[in-house]
Design a protein around this ligand. Structure first.
Ligand SMILES: *Cc1c(COP(=O)(O)O)cnc(C)c1O
Length: 366
């Protein structure tokens, strides 16, 4: 038996005809950039997230960068983010000329530790970017409350958590604005690169729309210096089709996670926990083992592919060396980076594949 880390083919074959007709319509109308599919997707995704606006853009990274620029965050400003996240969260901050300020994460959830936030805030702090890592919402209540008291913005990085809820509200609607990625392997993925912004802030939505399209909302009238970061019509068409299936696919991911949790009663494997009020959509299923590299190699020999999200903490990456951080600055992040393994996770992972992974894993951690 072979078990890949992710399998998109099973998901797509289930909806192949719907996808083909959505793509055909884009060709028939030649609406390749912008057009009705983009407007339809923006309306549907905003409604899904419970926000006034969705602005679809070229990628999750572009969504983060455009949002920071829409809030006029740049040189001289600081933005707080967890040290344990994908590189793009930090890169977006650097790309607008602001300074990323890292905070350690909780050992139990691998999400931003709200108890460490206050000490990271300075007079230059403009925003906090909590990341809903692996599909689990960050603990938003204390984050939003502190930000409100200190007059700081909250921009969710929801790139791994499409459809997850916190205290009954969807991610994307929990702060001032949010960034989503629709990279193909995300819970809601396009057939190429795509991203989106959600917000209830009319002014920011308007600025984001301009920034993605040459700083313009009227032809040849450029209010801002913008870029070309529009979403393709084909991607929007594909996303409209897939959005209708997202809740069901997230439910299938939760069932896979239940299987893993029940079968991993092994003292050599540590699981991450789900915090109060958080509904997890399992973009990834991450475990912790002390002999990580050996476990991964043994599983691979058995045809089971695993991953590491992420092996090198951002504060120790060359790209961020000028920030002056050192080894030891974020002990939980550093420990996670050495111990985490992402097990195969996708909606159509079969129960017998889960059992196979569990059996092989329980063998090789003994
Ligand atoms: C995928 C991802 C991004 C970036 O999205 P792209 O669409 O790949 O640019 C940003 N943050 C997190 C946490 C992600 O997982």
């Amino acid at each position: 038996m072979k078990v890949p880390l992710v399998d998109l083919a099973a998901t797509h074959s289930e909806i192949a005809e719907e996808l083909r007709s959505a793509i055909d319509i884009v060709f028939e109308t030649s609406a390749f950039a912008g057009g009705p599919a983009v407007q339809e997707f923006e309306a549907k995704f905003a409604e899904y997230c419970g926000t006034e606006h969705c602005v679809a853009v070229g990628s999750g990274t572009a969504a983060l960068e455009i949002l920071l620029r829409a809030y006029a965050i740049g040189p001289g400003d600081e933005v707080i983010l967890p040290a344990h996240t994908f590189v793009a969260t930090a890169a977006a901050i650097s790309l607008v000329g602001a300074k990323p300020v890292f905070v350690d994460v909780r050992d139990t959830t691998a999400n931003l530790d709200p108890a460490l936030l206050a000490a990271a805030i300075s007079d230059s702090t403009r925003a906090i970017i909590p990341v809903h890592l692996y599909g689990q919402p960050a603990e938003m209540a204390p984050i939003v409350e502190l930000a409100r008291q200190r007059g700081i913005l909250v921009i969710e990085d929801a790139c791994q958590a499409h459809g997850a809820t916190y205290r009954g509200k969807r991610v994307g609607s929990l702060g001032n604005a949010a960034a989503f990625s629709f990279y193909p392997t995300k819970n809601l993925g396009a057939a190429g690169e795509a991203g989106g912004i959600t917000t209830n802030d009319n002014e920011v939505a308007k600025r984001a729309r301009m920034l993605r399209d040459h700083g313009s909302n009227r032809k040849y009238c450029h209010e801002l210096v913008g870029r070309n970061d529009r979403i393709d019509g084909i991607q929007a068409g594909v996303l409209c089709v897939k959005l209708a299936h997202l809740d069901r696919w997230n439910e299938m991911r939760r069932n896979v996670a239940i299987g893993y949790r029940e079968g991993l009663a092994n003292s050599n494997v540590r699981l991450l926990s789900v915090a109060d009020g958080c509904d997890h959509v399992y973009h990834l299923f991450v475990i912790r083992v002390s002999n990580r590299d050996r476990v991964m190699a043994l599983l691979k020999e058995q045809g089971i592919h695993t991953g590491i999200h992420y092996p090198v903490p951002l504060h120790l990456q060359l790209a961020f060396a000028d920030l002056g951080y050192q080894e030891g600055d974020f002990p939980v992040t550093e420990k996670l980076a050495k111990e985490i393994v992402s097990l195969p996770m996708y909606p159509h992972l079969q129960a017998q594949q889960v059992d196979f992974v569990l059996a092989r894993l329980n063998d090789c951690v003994e």
